[in-house]
Design a protein around this ligand. Sequence first.
Ligand code: AMP
Length: 475
Amino acid sequence: MFLHQGASAFFSDYIFLMTSFSSLPLSQSQLDALRSLGYETMTEVQAQTLSPVLKGQDVIAQAKTGSGKTAAFGIGLLHQLNPRFFGVQALVLCPTRELAEQVGKEIRKLARFIPNIKLVMLCGGKPIGPQIGSLAHGAHVIVGTPGRIQDHLRKNTLKLDALKTLVLDEADRMLDMGFAEVMKDIIGQTPTSRQTLLFSATYPDGIQQISQQIQRSPARVTVTATHQPNIIEQTFYEVTESERNAGLLSLFQHYRPDSCVVFCHTKKQCDEVAGLLRDNQITALALHGDLDQRQRDQVLVRFANNSCPVLVATDVAARGLDIKSLQMVINYELPRDPEVYIHRIGRTGRAGEKGVAVSLLTPPQTPRLTAIENYRGESCRYEDISSLRLDSGYALTAVMATLQIDAGRKNKLRPGDILGALTGDAGLDAKHIGKIDIFDMSSYVAVDISVYRQALNYLANGKIKGRSIRARLIR
Ligand code: AMP
């Protein structure tokens, strides 16, 4: 008994030491900052990346938001800084201003006990003058979005020739957003001796290529999903190829989701499946690489604001999908790669909510199921499609409608202006107004389907911020 207690105490001490920040060669001020933040032990991504990062090695890490990745590269870049030299030594590129702001905040917290560290945020959508002023006083760390950083390089208001650490955060999203060329231009202006840390939620081909071009023998780290796998209910249904469409409709009629993403292999399949669903009283839109940027934005906006309950998407197209938690994912066809399967279903069941993932499988595709079972190290739940209880009267239509307004960020339009106009002069109840998305040149507002005519009539004749605008319903 005594021996047993001693042994378990030894093991818990051992595990603590293995994952404690004090096992790393960090300065006392860095350890103090971590303690003051309440970071007791390393998260998985930190435990796996910090050792190569602190040695100055390049790292490519597959990790999502919520994994503690920001602190992983934040601690790394602060470790390399010379506070007495007022030149840019670390640059973090982020896909969006929102992410850049989060990252900047976290790095400032991590640097709170290191005197005189200056971090400057360089994001688009903000006036450039004050940024130029800040840079003129010298900066150690820059966090920002690619477009604005390129602007500063062109204006010569930013120099990267003393850069030690370059971080690409959410690199897959940056590629999705079309930043590949801008990123290459920026990286071309940094010294080749730099350390490059690449973080990405997924590993598509584009990421591998960019890693090969800009990194030197990077340490590869993959962190298993941050969600609990057991809160995603996964079921597989066997169908023949000719039963696949009927099988898909049966899944809707049995599970009756309020919203759902259906994953397909090809663009053509997406269009066909979306058409099939629409023919069967299920409002659905296809999302794939043939859509132009505006069409793609509109599909994503409509799905996120509840004016389209079902999205039929390819893996590549769905990568930019920024939905916190999906109720249900359907694999119309199973992917060949088990990692893709895990990534697809990982979109449900987040933040402690239960998710449902169901997959259709034809007999010749059984090896794909076996690959998933091997990858997960457990067997999958397999049900007979004839066991589903079907509701033949099932229909799934949108509760909201999306109105597009031909003014946006560039016209200084803010969500409050739209909300104010619709609830004020147009006389709508605030409870009938949903998500508002503002883009550069246009904006989208979701309104309850019962009042969309009233909203549209007002917008056709009324004004927002004293300006006449044009608005239309998106179908
Ligand atoms: P991220 O994945 O970087 O967005 O981080 C997710 C959250 O985890 C942030 O709120 C961090 O402040 C927090 N965090 C990061 N590292 C640790 C740690 N070692 N212990 C506790 N919380 C952490």
